[in-house]
Design a protein around this ligand. Sequence first.
Ligand SMILES: [Zn+2]
Length: 91
Amino acid sequence: MQTYCQSCSLPMDKDPLNGGSEKDGSRSETYCSYCFEDGEFISPDMTVKDMQALCMEKVQERGVPKPLAWLMTRTMPKLQRWRELKEKQQS
Ligand SMILES: [Zn+2]
């Protein structure tokens, strides 16, 4: 079974560190090492739109055509980080 980072949708097996780190030093199975370190998000003020723009850029750098890159970021608002953020903003 393949898992994806619940912040940027990176497949965990593409993460050189196999996941971010929790406060106690254990591996996060939810977020990758680019997004999550020591139990905190690396860019806590990021919005889902910022993340989509960043990922569009990164995957295009790796040779993914723009329409496909766009498609890849469309499901991002459904990831856990952004769903939780939305709930917080609404309450
Ligand atoms: Zn990530």
